[in-house]
Write a protein that binds this ligand. Structure first.
Ligand code: GFB
Length: 320
């Protein structure tokens, strides 16, 4: 990529896409091609083909997806598989047809078997059954990995896939039903503090482990890989994570402390736990010279400040 390259970021309004746009701009890539989902519905093949034919981007970051937390994944199962397969198939096929030089496809750590050994190495892919709560999303993401791989093999394209762990950052979804755990906890503890509620209820048992990566780190890793490595060096895909995880209870305690809430934590065990643990093995990424730099403590503080300035009337009031 050079400063004149035409770069399409699919999903630029989302949490990941917006972090990529910020990073691309910071690194001096002004020629960005951006379309909202209203302007271009990526599920419609003819529209996607016409867009690529007309615009002919040099590079593509495929960050568009229908995403959500455990309950959204488990509820809107048909939409999660259909929308995500259509988006991936249309963008990857159009990128090939229009001669895109390189494409980076964003997946998810839920592509691994539910009970994969920990930490999860890339070679554990497709060695066991998936976690049922996000099987539709995972199958779509697995299809996208395979599309990239087989287009590379048959057509000689250079499409790389990356599998990030659980992500958080600005522009996340803070809806209590549909969001992931971290934005949900930020909102729950913030509102409980403001309204002086006696307790906050979190879902499941609190015992599952999750690994969290800030989207600024993810964007940095994506740029690093896009600029330096092609699909032969990356292989079928590569993990992106921090190498550290935490239980949901410890995460809740950290958010509680960051926000300065003093009430109790209760558990709603009628909600699913999901997979017990999904820590990524990041040795391959480290061997390529990249590591995360934002700690979970710092990341939660900055996202909480972002939440307060975008979703709440009052400014962020962090305890000392
Ligand atoms: O982040 P999350 O929704 O998704 O939930 P997954 C992680 C864990 O946090 C689960 C618990 O064990 C939840 O039960 N949890 C506790 C909560 N309180 C809450 C809460 O208030 N809201 C939410 N949402 N969770 C998703 C997949 O799985 O991970 C997607 O469904 C995707 O497909 C994404 O792969 C990265 O980590 O379980």
């Amino acid at each position: 990529m050079d400063s004149g390259s035409k770069i399409y970021v699919a999903g630029h309004r989302g949490m990941v896409g917006s972090a990529l746009v910020k990073r691309l701009q910071e690194q001096g890539y002004p020629n960005l091609l951006l379309r909202t989902s209203k302007e271009l519905d990526l599920r419609r093949q003819a529209d996607v083909d016409a867009f690529f034919e007309q615009e002919r981007p040099d590079f593509v970051f495929l960050a568009a997806a229908k995403v959500g937390g455990i309950l959204a994944n488990n509820t809107y199962r048909a939409e999660f598989i259909y929308d995500n397969i259509m988006i991936a198939a249309n963008v990857i096929n159009a990128a090939h047809r229009s001669g895109v030089k390189k494409l980076l496809n964003l997946g998810s750590s839920c592509i691994y078997p539910k009970l994969a050994p920990q930490p999860m190495k890339e070679e554990y892919f497709l060695t066991g059954s998936l976690e049922p709560t996000n099987e539709p999303y995972a199958v779509a993401k697995i299809s996208a990995i395979k599309l990239c791989r087989y287009y590379n093999e048959q057509y000689g394209t250079n499409f790389i896939s990356v599998m990030p762990t659980n992500l958080y950052g600005p522009n996340d979804n803070f809806d209590l039903e549909h969001s992931h755990v971290l934005p949900a906890l930020i909102r729950k503890f913030h509102e409980a503090k403001k309204l002086q509620l006696p307790h906050v209820t979190i879902w499941g048992s609190g015992t599952p482990f999750r690994e969290f990566l800030h989207t600024d780190d993810l964007a940095d890793a994506c740029m690093y890989l896009m600029q330096r490595y092609d699909h032969r060096e990356i292989g079928e895909f590569i993990n992106i994570g921090t190498g550290r995880d935490t239980t949901i209870t410890d995460l809740a305690l950290l958010v509680k402390e960051t926000i300065g809430y003093t009430g109790a934590i209760k558990y709603d065990q009628s909600k699913p736990d999901g997979t017990p643990r999904k820590l990524l093995d990041i040795s391959r990424l480290q061997a390529l010279g990249w590591h995360a730099s934002i700690t979970l403590e710092e990341g939660i503080k900055t996202v909480y400040s972002w939440y307060c300035s975008h979703h709440d009337e009052g400014a962020a009031v962090l305890p000392n």
